[in-house]
Design a binder for this molecule. Sequence first.
Ligand SMILES: O=C(O)CCC(=O)C(=O)O
Length: 270
Amino acid sequence: MSQMSKGRYSGAEIDSFAGDVLRDGFCVLPEHFPAETLRAWGAAFAPLLAAHVAREGHLQNRGSARYYVTLPFDAPFADPSIYEDPDVLALVERLAGEDFTMVQLATDTPLLGSAYQDVHRDTPPLFPETGRETPPYQLAVNFPLVEVTRENGPFEVARGTHMLPRDEALHLIETGERKLEALTMRLGDVIVRDVRALHRGTPNLTPEPRPMVVIGYSRRWLLRPEVTIHIPRHVHETLSERARRMLRFNPVVESLDDLPATEIYQAFAY
Ligand SMILES: O=C(O)CCC(=O)C(=O)O
C-alpha cells in the first residue's frame, strides 16, 4: 500500500511479526494502542452493548451471555489512528497482499454466565475439495477494551493450527498434542491473527464485561457478505484516500439510524 506513514516498527520487525503469524497463526503487538483511546471506546461501547442485550440478547449470537456487536463507523470508533495504524497495516499487507480491504469493525463480549465456546475457525477453507489450506486470506486484528485476565474470559488459541486441515487440527487438540493457550492481555495489546487458527472464547467469571474489538482485513478479491461496515456519508467525506480504497466494498449510507438493528453475522464458527 503506497504512502504508508511511519510506524513504531522497522520493516525487518514487521517481517518478523509476519513470520510469527505465518508459523503460529497469530502474533501480539505489545501495548500498541493508547490506553486512553481504548478507555474512551469502552465508555462509548457500554450503552451499545446494553442496547444490544436489551434488543436481541435472546438471540445469544455467540453462545450464552456472549455477544457480537458491530460498532458504528462514527466517532469515537471510526478512528484512523486505529484502523489505519501504520504497523498493523504494514503487517496486514505482508500477510494479505497489496490492496487488501477492511471488512469488519465489531466486538465480541462475554459477560458473567458465558461458557466455553466450541473450538472453531472464523472462516471456511477457500478450496474445501482439496483438503488443503492456502496462504492467509482473512485476518482479524483484536484488541480488548479492558485488561484481559485469566478470570474475565481470555481468548484461547492453538498455535500452528491454521494451515492444518480442520479435523486434523481438532484431533491434535483433543489428544493434547496441541494445547489451547489463554492469551491474557494488557489494555493496548493487539493480536493479529489468521482467522483459521483454531480458537474459542472462554467464560467471563467476573461481573464486568470483557469487550474485544475485531477489525477484519481481507485479500483484495475476497468479500464476506456476513460482515459489513456501513459508512455514513459525513464520515466517508473525511476519509483518507487510502481509507477509501481499503473500505471500498462497504456501503456509504446517509444515516446509521435507518439500518436494520439486528446483527446479521450469526453463523460464525467453521
Ligand atoms: O471473544 C472471544 O474471546 C472469542 C470469540 C470468538 O471466537 C467468536 O465468537 O467467534
